[in-house]
Structure formats: structure tokens, C-alpha cells
Design a protein around this ligand. Structure first.
Ligand SMILES: Cc1cc2nc3c(=O)[nH]c(=O)nc-3n(C[C@H](O)[C@H](O)[C@H](O)COP(=O)(O)OP(=O)(O)OC[C@H]3O[C@@H](n4cnc5c(N)ncnc54)[C@H](O)[C@@H]3O)c2cc1C
Length: 617
């Protein structure tokens, strides 16, 4: 036996790094074993963190004491608030990062944990003996652990495709891992493998930016990490650019359908619906030739540009032809060709809401191996798997995040409630409660969990002072009145707040349609001489604006929740004469523990739900 750990994480991508970081906060002996080819927390696709629904996850991770927000801010080179023209609930932060700096800072931070040991080796087998896991690497190292978290991303049985070229690999220039069943024979994989793709990387010197639309970094977007000054940046900020495909681009792609591994049957894996390749777009939207291409630097000093929007596995010569039809890319030189990767995925319906494999206690999964796509989804699962593996080791009660107050909770419940038949991506419409589950109130939603678990205690002071300030400002907006007198009427008109026919409170003012509640509250607190943190102003202003809707949604969701949380005995239902054969099969496969999980199983008939509900109350 070479080494023994309390918690051992296999794979150092975003899920594994997050799991290792958080587990090491429980003062346990933590090991992170990751293949030597790939840097830790690397960004093999788009070097950007956050995005719609995903920015919320990064803030939740940060408020729980996680790693991703800290690293993204250190390496961030362009900040944006997405959906700025839409409601506050769907606004999300997106940060373009320098991919080399990102992995460098992540590794530096992980190395600060004395109780975390990083082993660079490829695992070839995991077996269970006497309640422990024995993990063997390709170079003969043997590791023992009480709890194991598998976060191997796109590597298990990984196969890369560029046109007719097919090579084994986890991603470009990285060796693949053994398949999931060779790694651990007791695990159930999904019958379909999944696939994802990436665009070619282009030499930045060969791009003509003068014909593209620049998108500067937004100085008003708040940093991810709460302890960072809201708008100070750690790295130099640069612009990204916007260009578009055209009819020539799409006709080259359409003319090469037979050479496309996605369409000629070479790739069997199912791709991400919400992150389609350019050939998917060409054949799915046959009447559309103009698609956005965001031209994004991969780093401050890196030569490569990531053309976001043209992910492809077409042959190299086709990639070269279609890229040069795009405005500003007429002389573009490809430095690394685009490719797709197919990989094994675990059947997440076999996992519990703490990400533990139900039939093998002590074995956890997180990240892309669970069928998700995206760094943030991976990290969100990683932190929950890390926390729960640690709590299980300590014999403590597990942490389950509710879908009503976190996007991480939404994602995990969606994952474990169904057998996935395509990659899962988070977006705001997946949450029933998105008016409440916002970026601006993450501390209010997450502080209780972090405090209870005593994670990242250095966040205590900041989070608590924010919560105190929120309470004070909420009282202030309730009690501050504008009486309908001449001075106030004139003041309202001068500020374009509308008319003042009767007395109103500041809270009522914030709810007026067509007013930006954040700007109004900023101005009014300044006028009162009160100084509040900008995060507090935003949270209170947005909450006031949505209060009526949220109250109604809370009543509705409490009703649903009460029902959803009710425990059910799946084995009784699987034997019931009152449930159809097909539904019983699905119940037996997923083994739902609550009524909520039963509701989310695809294909469960309303009659079954009505029968179960009727027998619950
Ligand atoms: C080609 C490509 C295209 C992508 N396109 C998109 C996209 O369009 N949209 C999107 O949202 N996401 C995309 N991604 C996905 C994104 O990269 C992942 O979601 C994210 O990195 C997953 O994080 P993870 O931690 O689960 O796994 P990964 O980041 O893949 O990390 C896995 C880690 O496990 C290690 N490992 C694997 N097997 C073993 C083993 N046997 N022993 C030891 N270590 C092992 C590897 O070395 C690696 O460090 C793409 C990824 C690739 C490779």
C-alpha cells in the first residue's frame, strides 16, 4: 500500500478541484489523483466562467466557500453581465479567463492546503474491499481511501474525431482513460455515450479585428468572489469581438455533410442540444446562414483565439475553408483544429442527491462523467460531492441543497431523477423559482449552509455584515415615506420617478414599472446620507421589485414542496396493482425517494401521480 486517504478524488478538472478544495476544509486527509497530461482545473473548451444560469452556480459555490469564483477573478480578462436588458432574475455574470492563469492559480490555491496531496497519475482500476476502496494507477501506485469521488470528465473510453481521423484521447493532446466499466466493473453506464465538440483555435495575428464589433469588459459587473472589491480587477482587461457566419460559410458545411462524423454515422454519442456544433446549426436551421461568432482571446499572452459558435468535427480542410469565409477571418490560420470527443457517462439515476452511488456507499461521482456539460455544472457537483463525502466520513448528516433555493439543487435533482439521454446544461428556465434564485441574493440563500458546516470561516464577517445591512436597509425602505407635497412632487419629476399623487414609501417607489430599482435605491440612499455596500443595495432593490411575485411563488412552491418532500416507498409502488407496467418499470429503475423525484421522472403518467398523491395525504 503506497498511500492511504480519508477522501480520494480521481480527476482534477473543475469537479475534482472543487471537491478537493472543499474536502480539505474538513481537516481530513485528502488525495487528488489526476492524469499527468491535463493541468488541474483546465478549460479545454471555451475559456470563460459563468453565463446564463451558470453565473448563479459560481456565486453559490463562492458563498459556500468554494474555489471557482476566486480563481475566475484572479484570471478574469473580460467581464460581462448577460441578459442585462432582461429582468434581474435572469441576469448572469460571465468572465472570460486567461486559460493558463486560471489553471496556474487553481493549482497554487490547491497547493496551499497542507492536508491535500496531489498525485499525478492515471488510475486504471478501483475496487472495493472491506468497506474501503483500493485505487491502482497505471504506473503501479496503490492508494487506499474510505470515500472515493470519481470526476473523470470526458476521459473514460474517450475517442476524438476530426473528420475521418479517429484517435483515442480524453481531449486534445491528452491520453484517454480506461472505460468506466474497466475502471470499476460494478458501475452502471448509460447505453448511449455522450459527445461534445470544440472549435478550431486561430492564430490571433491572422485576424482582422477592424471589421468586427468590439465588446469591451464591463467595469460595472461585480467580481465573483465576495471578498474581492466589487469592481477592481486582478488582471488586465481586454475586448472580445463579434463577427458572423454567412451563406458561403454554411454552404461549404452543407456540401460536406457526408464527411461530417456527426452525420455520417461515425459518431454515435449524443451531443449537447444547447451547445450545438456549426454543422448541427447548418442542418437544423436550414434557412439560417447568419450565426454569431464571438472572437475570444484564450489568454493575455497566448497566440490562440477561440471562435465561440463554430464548434466542429469536420475534416481539417473543410474547417480551413469555412473559417476563411467569415468576415475578418479571410486570412485566418488555424493553429489547433476543432474536434469532438465521445466518452462514457455514469447513469445518474443510480446516484442519490448527495451524488453518492446508491448501491456502493462511499463512492461519489461529479462533473461531466455524470452527463453534464460545462465547467460550472461540474464544479457545482464537485463541491456537493466533496462536502457530502467528508460529512459521510465524519458520520454527520449530509447536505442536500433544495431546488427552491439554489441552482445547484435544481441541477442535482434533475440529474438524479432521470436516466439522461443527452448532455445536461443548466439555464434559468430549469428553476421553478427563478425570481428568487438570483445572483444578487446568493449570500442570503447560502450563508446558513456554509455557517452550519463551518466552511471558509474568513467569509463569516463579510457575509454577516451584508446580511445585517440588508435587514437595516429593508426596514429603511419600508419606513421612508414621500409625502405628496410640492417639494416632493417637484423632486419626483426632476428625477423622472413619475407623479406623486398620494404618499408612498420608498419600497413602493422601487416597484414602479419603468424604473430601475437599483439606480433609484442608490440615488435615494445617497440622498439620505446612508452608505450601504453596493451588493446590499442591489439585493434589497431587486427583492423589493419582485416581492409580490416572490410571495405568490413562495406560497405556490410551499404547497408543491410540502407534497414534493413527502417520502415514498418505491418498492411498494413498484409492486402496486394500481400503477401501469411502464410506470412501474421506470420507478424500479430510478427508485425515487420522494414524491418530488417521482414527479420529475420522464414518462410518469398523471394517473400514477394522482394515485400516489392520493395515498400520501
Ligand atoms: C472537446 C471538448 C469540448 C467541450 N465543449 C463544451 C461545450 O461546448 N460546452 C460546455 O459547456 N462544455 C464543454 N466542454 C466541457 C467542459 O470541458 C467540461 O464540462 C468540464 O471541463 C468538465 O469538468 P470535469 O471536472 O467534469 O472534467 P474534466 O475537466 O474533463 O477533467 C477531468 C480530469 O480527470 C482526469 N482524469 C480522467 N481520467 C482519469 C483517470 N483514469 N485517472 C486519473 N485522472 C483522470 C483528467 O486528467 C482531467 O484532469 C468540452 C470539453 C471538451 C474536452
Amino acid at each position: 500500500m503506497n498511500k492511504s486517504f480519508d477522501i480520494l478524488i480521481i480527476g482534477g478538472g473543475h469537479a475534482g478541484s472543487e471537491a478537493a478544495w472543499i474536502s480539505s476544509q474538513f481537516d481530513l486527509r485528502v488525495g487528488l489523483v489526476s492524469g499527468p497530461g491535463a493541468s488541474l482545473a483546465s478549460t479545454p473548451c471555451n475559456p470563460a466562467i459563468g453565463g446564463v444560469g451558470k453565473g448563479q452556480v459560481v456565486r453559490e459555490i463562492d458563498a459556500l466557500g468554494g474555489l471557482m469564483g476566486i480563481v475566475a477573478d484572479k484570471a478574469g480578462i473580460q467581464y460581462r453581465t448577460l441578459n442585462e436588458s432582461k429582468g434581474f432574475a435572469v441576469q448572469s455574470t460571465r468572465v472570460q479567463v486567461d486559460k493558463e492563469l486560471y489553471t496556474k492559480y487553481a493549482e497554487e490555491l490547491l497547493n496551499t492546503r497542507d492536508n491535500l496531496e496531489i498525485v499525478r497519475a492515471m488510475v486504471k482500476a478501483v475496487v472495493r474491499t472491506d468497506g474501503k476502496f483500493i485505487v491502482t494507477t497505471e504506473d503501479g501506485i496503490v492508494l487506499e481511501a474510505s470515500k472515493v469521488i470519481i470526476t473523470t470528465g470526458t476521459f473514460l473510453g474517450g475517442k476524438l474525431h476530426t473528420g475521418e481521423e479517429q484517435t483515442a484521447g480524453g481531449r486534445v493532446e491528452c491520453k484517454e482513460s480506461v472505460g468506466l466499466n474497466d475502471l470499476f466493473s460494478e458501475i452502471k453506464t448509460l447505453p448511449n455515450r455522450f459527445k461534445t465538440g470544440t472549435p478550431p483555435r486561430i492564430d490571433r495575428k491572422t485576424i482582422n479585428y477592424s471589421v468586427m464589433d468590439p465588446q469591451e469588459s464591463d467595469s460595472g459587473t461585480r467580481n465573483f468572489h465576495t471578498l474581492n472589491e466589487s469592481f477592481d480587477r486582478n488582471s488586465k482587461q481586454v475586448a472580445c469581438y463579434l463577427t458572423r457566419t454567412n451563406s458561403e460559410t454554411l454552404s461549404i458545411i452543407r456540401a460536406n455533410k457526408e464527411r461530417s462524423p456527426i452525420f455520417n454515422g461515425q459518431i454515435k454519442g449524443v451531443g449537447p442540444r444547447y451547445c450545438p456544433s456549426i454543422e448541427d446549426k447548418a442542418f437544423r436551421y436550414t434557412d439560417k446562414d447568419v450565426h454569431h461568432v464571438f472572437v475570444e482571446p484564450e489568454g493575455l499572452d497566448l497566440e490562440t483565439i477561440y471562435p465561440n459558435g463554430v464548434s466542429t468535427s469536420l475534416p481539417k480542410d473543410v474547417q480551413e475553408s469555412f473559417i476563411q469565409t467569415i468576415s475578418g477571418m479571410e486570412n485566418a490560420k488555424i493553429l489547433v483544429h476543432g474536434y469532438a470527443v465521445e466518452y462514457d457517462v455514469v447513469d445518474t439515476s443510480q446516484l442519490s442527491r448527495v451524488m453518492e452511488y446508491k448501491e456502493i456507499p462511499g463512492l461519489f461521482f461529479a462533473g461531466q462523467v455524470c452527463g453534464t456539460s460545462g465547467y460550472e455544472e461540474a464544479a457545482g457537483q464537485g463541491i456537493i460531492a466533496g462536502i457530502n463525502a467528508s460529512l459521510a466520513f465524519l458520520g454527520k448528516e449530509s447536505l442536500i441543497l433544495d431546488r427552491n433555493d439554489s441552482y445547484i439543487g435544481v441541477m442535482i435533482e434533475d440529474l438524479v431523477s432521470n436516466k439522461r439521454d443527452e448532455p445536461y446544461r443548466l439555464f434559468t428556465a430549469r428553476s421553478e423559482n427563478r425570481l428568487y434564485v438570483r445572483e444578487d441574493n446568493t449570500i442570503q440563500r447560502m450563508n446558513k449552509y456554509r455557517k452550519h458546516l463551518r466552511l471558509s470561516k474568513k467569509l463569516d464577517f463579510f457575509q454577516e455584515s451584508i446580511l445585517d445591512e440588508i435587514e437595516i436597509l429593508e426596514k429603511l425602505i419600508d419606513s421612508t415615506m414621500y409625502y405628496s407635497n410640492i417639494d416632493n412632487k417637484e423632486y419626483f419629476l426632476s428625477k423622472e420617478y413619475g407623479t406623486l399623487e398620494s404618499n408612498i414609501s420608498l419600497k413602493e417607489l422601487l416597484r414602479r414599472p419603468n424604473l430601475n430599482p437599483v439606480k433609484v435605491l442608490e440615488a435615494e440612499s445617497l440622498r439620505m446620507g446612508a452608505s450601504f455596500h453596493s451588493d446590499v443595495i442591489r439585493t434589497v432593490a431587486v427583492a423589493a421589485k419582485y416581492e409580490g411575485y416572490i410571495d405568490r411563488a413562495v406560497i405556490e412552491s410551499e404547497k408543491i414542496n410540502r407534497m414534493s418532500k413527502k417520502k415514498i416507498d418505491w418498492s411498494v409502488l413498484a409492486d402496486s396493482k394500481n400503477i401501469s407496467f411502464e410506470c412501474k418499470l421506470r420507478i424500479k429503475t430510478i427508485r425515487p425517494e420522494t414524491f418530488g423525484q417521482l414527479q420529475r421522472i420522464e414518462g410518469i403518467r398523471p394517473a400514477t401521480l394522482a394515485y400516489v398523491a392520493g395515498n400520501l395525504v
